[in-house]
Design a protein around this ligand. Structure first.
Ligand SMILES: [Zn+2]
Length: 400
């Protein structure tokens, strides 16, 4: 049992939660940053910090002075870092062909990632059974269970943890993933655990907003491609916008102008099929069942010497820009972060992308919206960790 200082001015824990969030998201590296971020006095900040230290969530160290020979006035600055004994969580991501698992910590740090191929027949039972086995055999730590488990799925996911439409896994409609995996973990001896399930692109958006190219944005729109399809998320003031039942921001199914390609959702002309790697390869005259990032880079790289590559890049850039313009008109974000193939198109064709966005978005006539490439390597996995850490970020006293 941890003792919480009785002198804490923060009975509801609000400042405690805000302070942990500021440290977790790299905005309070120094005690003076924390004082400023919380808007509290030095004394009140000190009490909040002391409580987080008592909970073994953060620790303070005296920051080395830049130049010890230069005399300084005032008090020494104290650096704040995540405590080495702070709880860990398990982050899991189901991809089209494999499962990724890692241990993660506060501060957005991921451990080494284990990648295991999906079973030949990747039914929900087979995939969730594989995840339960992996967690039990490779990640069970008797005596120090993880604080929680976060699972990222390539599917719209409801707030009750139901995978509505995992098209790329060919799963049936509405798989109750949370209930099935909780049961499997319980029966396999892993024990009761806080399990959270989310959409992979939504979770990637969350991770980019907290630890990547979205840091500092108030209303971040994130749009990305996987190997097939388009996804994304909207993060408002550090939190995902999920809609009434958890299914908001199915960006891939935004219709684009003059789009005709059939989509897995039953419609035609969705961003999902008009601006994904498969659309680029098709437009370049290369048929494949599974486009790789290298194949995408090769087409983008040949656009100045190969007319077909040029036309393919132009078409997909135009479709992406049209979709982004619609999303800008509806959502009015202050920054857009692009991932996967869309980041490649931003690097290669930024001017064209911006000009089409401006033409079709009345909110962006002057191209003021910031566009950036995604910065994280394993953003969906990092987002699964964020999901598992969220209860602790909301209430650090859960550890008491
Ligand atoms: Zn669709």
């Amino acid at each position: 049992m941890t003792t919480v200082p009785m002198t804490s001015p923060d009975r509801a824990g609000t400042s405690l939660s805000r302070a942990l969030f500021l440290v977790h998201t790299h905005r309070a590296a120094l005690r003076s940053d924390l004082t400023e971020g919380l808007g509290l006095t030095r004394t009140a900040t000190g009490l909040v910090l002391r409580e987080l230290e008592t909970l073994s969530l953060v620790r303070t160290v005296t920051a080395p002075r830049a130049d010890p020979w230069v005399p300084t006035t005032g008090r020494p600055s104290h650096a704040i870092e995540i405590h080495p004994d702070a709880p860990t969580v398990l982050a899991v991501q189901v991809q089209a062909r494999s499962v990724l698992v890692t241990l993660a910590r506060l501060g957005g740090k991921l451990g080494p990632v284990d990648e295991v191929p999906l079973p030949e027949t990747a039914t929900p039972e087979a995939v969730l059974g594989l995840i339960a086995d992996l967690l039990c055999t490779r990640f069970a730590t008797p005596g120090r269970p993880p604080f929680g488990v976060g699972l990222a799925l390539p599917s719209a996911v409801g707030s009750d943890g139901t995978a509505l439409a995992a098209h790329h896994l060919a799963w049936p409609h509405a798989v109750p993933v949370h209930r099935l995996l909780s049961g499997l973990l319980d029966r396999s001896g892993f024990g009761e655990v806080r399990l959270h399930v989310g959409n992979d692109a939504n979770l990637a958006a969350l991770a980019e907003s907290r630890h990547g190219a979205g840091q500092g944005a108030a209303q971040l729109l994130y749009v990305m491609t996987g190997q097939v399809g388009v996804g994304g998320g909207l993060v408002i003031d550090g939190r995902l916008h999920l809609g009434s039942a958890g299914y908001a921001l199915e960006i891939g199914h935004t219709p684009v102008r003059q789009g005709k390609r059939p989509c897995r959702c039953g419609n035609r002309g969705c961003l999902e099929v008009e601006a994904d790697p498969m659309a680029l390869l098709d437009a370049a005259g290369l048929s494949t069942t599974y486009p790789t990032p290298d194949a995408v880079r090769a087409i983008v790289g040949r656009r100045h010497v190969d007319a077909r590559a040029r036309a393919a890049v132009d078409l997909v850039t135009r479709q992406l820009a049209g979709g982004l313009a619609s999303l800008i008109n509806i959502l009015n974000p202050d920054r857009i972060v692009l991932g996967g193939m869309h980041a490649e198109l931003l690097a290669a064709e930024e001017e064209r992308l911006r000009s089409v966005i401006s033409r079709h978005s009345f909110l962006d006539q002057d191209a003021h919206i910031e566009l950036r490439a995604a910065a994280l390597d394993a953003s969906a996995l990092a987002g699964a960790a964020e999901l598992a850490l969220q209860p602790l970020l909301d209430d650090p006293r859960l550890l008491v």
